[in-house]
Write a protein that binds this ligand. Sequence first.
Ligand code: NAP
Length: 254
Amino acid sequence: MTTHRTAVVVGAASGIGWASAQALAEDGYRVVLADRNADGVRDRAATLGEPHRSASADVTDEDSVQRLFDETGPCDAVVNCAGFSNVGLIVDMPVEQFREVIDVCLTGGFVVAKHAGRVLREGGALVQISSLNGRQPASGMSAYCAAKAGLSMLTQVAALEMAPRGIRVNAVAPGFVHTPLTDPAASVPGVVEEYLENTPLGRAGRPEDVAAAVAFLCSPAASWMTGEVLDLNGGAHLKRYPDILHHVMKLAEA
Ligand code: NAP
């Protein structure tokens, strides 16, 4: 009988999570694809076939995350890709909208770390998907930037706490990657152009670029690496973030 290492990918129905699930499946993991989009993740698991499976989990609902890891049992790799953003000036933003982003992107990362940390085996790895916006501010994205900066720090604290049990905790901090999450921003004239002007390697990311880094961080090749927040952005962290709000307002005025 083949024994597989087990990986859980949260947010696996789309974009970076789906690409990460495929990369880990190729590396020989039995992958549990989890998402709040239960139908989406069921289709993705069916595409991968046996022994992979799907599960419904919402990182804003701790019970659902606890259930996910209780049902999965001991595992070797966990990747948290759940996240979203909104856009608006601080002075105009209802606090509920700020909290919604913090709840998914930061508190969600805590809840996944908490329950994953209880079932990860010695030698296991947890990877959070932070963002270039964890270190580079973007006007109009206060909640997202604050949440991702917090997630990068949470990653380092979790790395300290879990190291005695041989569990490594790292984050990937991607720049602009074409996914359904960024479709709305990418459709605003000027946004992608300004991003590329500020990206030394001259192209946006693909989900596969991020998945390759995730697979590396989960692998034995990264066995001496913990508490790292890996910039992955074509060099965009060396320059500045596009003024997305400016482009949105220009579009609204047109
Ligand atoms: P995506 O294509 O929208 O995929 C995110 C997936 O997570 C979706 O299936 C989404 O479901 C799910 N999700 C959202 N909230 C959730 C929750 N509360 N519980 C469980 N699942 C949830 O986005 P992506 O671009 O791949 O982003 C993945 C991660 O990378 C996010 O954390 C994002 O902040 C980060 N990131 C992305 C970029 C980029 O440029 N794309 C750059 C830096 C960092 P729904 O479709 O129902 O929302």
